[in-house]
Design a protein around this ligand. Structure first.
Ligand code: ADP
Ligand code: MG
Length: 398
């Protein structure tokens, strides 16, 4: 079982004891994720291939003894804890009226998880939740799913909800969609809940059927570099929602429930039926779905060394058709490829965040140097570059 970073565990526990004057009942953690391939396909009922990363969010959680049914959340990222009555959660997250929730945005993630669990009919009892994390925030590595997964795992145990990992992923997604108001798909939560060492999760986002696919990156003498551009994105606003709307429009023009039901062979007909922008959004989703299937096939038959071209094709499609890349991400991808990476692509929702590059283990330093140099030459701030290996999903740490 992959351990959370010791310093992160200590930080969560310390925050809890500072806040409450007692020891937590336990520590639960969930990882961030990198998506190997399959971007924006999740909410189109399509396929994705993410893996959990070693970076984790830890929640130190304890039942309250005051019997008042209150929940308090604190994070090392936030100056002030937030405390509310469980019974008030329905009013705090008034999804039907579309009002902004009356809590700071960060608190809507863990409180949204408590709310979503109660929506299943669970009552729950008062708890204190203290959160620490070493998942980079807003970098496209899904610190949001990590905080949801840690909170959901803790409350699942302390409230005896007995939900399985897929059900907990749905709870996290519901919190993110309805409590936070970010219209994201199910991929991040499934990767964070189901991750296993050395495996990617081949997920059918329609059926939620998940298969673990061994990636064999290290075996092949390769490494995956994450290049965090430090350009912050925000999913609850702007482009992400617009892309979703374009996909829904495209699906309705094609007369299907979701773009998952459109194949590469249908694209010429799609081009006749819709405006150019909608068509290019559709083409990205349809070809990206096929690239996920191809990547799984290539991993199984030829191994990690052979997936580079698929990664590059994915990036080009996101840059030109889906238009969710930014100059920093394009620079990261181009510089990595020019320095010998086998493949590279932006990962995550886009408009900032991180890129990944598949590189020879002994080229980690030279590719990193080349990317740093390209960023400096373009006048961009220095990126944060590190390697990741596929790691374990959510679990109780202590
Ligand atoms: P990403 O998931 O790519 O990191 P998101 O915008 O989806 O980016 O989620 C980031 C948001 O999640 C933060 O702005 C914050 O509100 C919340 N968040 C993530 N991790 C933490 C944490 N450890 N403590 C408090 N809030 C967090
Ligand atoms: Mg997120």
């Amino acid at each position: 079982m992959a351990e959370s970073n010791h310093a992160t565990q200590v930080a969560a526990r310390t925050l809890f004891t500072d806040l409450t004057g007692r020891e937590p009942d336990g520590l639960w953690s969930a990882p961030g994720r990198v998506n190997l391939i399959g971007e924006h396909t999740d909410y189109n009922d399509g396929f994705v291939l993410p893996f959990a990363i070693p970076h984790r969010t830890v929640a130190a959680v304890g039942r309250r003894e005051d019997g008042k049914g209150r929940v308090r959340v604190a994070s090392t990222f936030a100056a002030e804890p937030v405390e509310v009555a469980l019974d008030d959660l329905d009013e705090i997250f008034p999804t039907a009226t579309g009002r902004e929730p009356a809590v700071p945005e960060w608190a809507a993630y863990p409180l949204g998880v408590a709310w979503a669990l109660r929506q299943t009919g669970l009552v729950g009892s008062g708890v204190d939740i203290a959160i620490a994390s070493d998942v980079p925030v807003g970098a496209g590595l899904s610190s949001s799913a990590a905080i949801e997964g840690a909170a959901a795992s803790a409350l699942n145990d302390l409230w005896n909800a007995d939900l399985d990992r897929t059900a907990l992923a749905r709870i996290g997604r519901r919190a993110e969609n309805e409590a936070v108001g970010a219209p994201t798909g199910i991929m991040d939560q499934m990767a964070s809940m189901l991750g296993e060492p050395d495996a990617a999760i081949f997920l059918d986002c329609r059926s939620l059927e998940a298969q673990l696919v061994p990636v064999g990156i290290a075996e092949a003498g390769l490494a995956i570099l994450v290049i965090d551009t430090r350009v912050k994105h925000a999913h609850s606003t702007g482009g992400y929602g617009e892309r979703r709307a374009s996909c829904e429009l495209g699906a309705s023009i094609m007369g299907v429930a979701a773009l998952r039901d459109v194949s590469v062979d249908d694209l010429p007909r799609a081009q006749e039926l819709m405006d150019d922008i909608t068509f290019r959004r559709v083409r990205h989703i349809v070809t990206e779905n096929q690239r996920v299937l191809d990547t799984v096939e290539v991993l199984r038959t030829e191994g990690a060394r052979a997936i580079g071209d698929l990664l590059v094709a994915s990036h080009v499609s996101m840059r030109d058709d889906f238009e969710i890349s930014v100059p920093e991400l394009d620079t990261a991808v181009e510089a990595a490829l020019a320095a010998g990476a086998l493949g590279a692509r932006m990962t995550g929702g886009g408009f900032g965040g991180a890129a990944i590059a598949l590189v020879e283990q002994d080229a980690v330093a030279s590719v990193s140097d080349a990317v740093n140099a390209a960023f400096a030459a373009s006048g961009f701030s220095e990126p944060h570059i590190f390697t990741v290996t596929p790691s374990a999903g959510a679990h109780r740490d202590a």
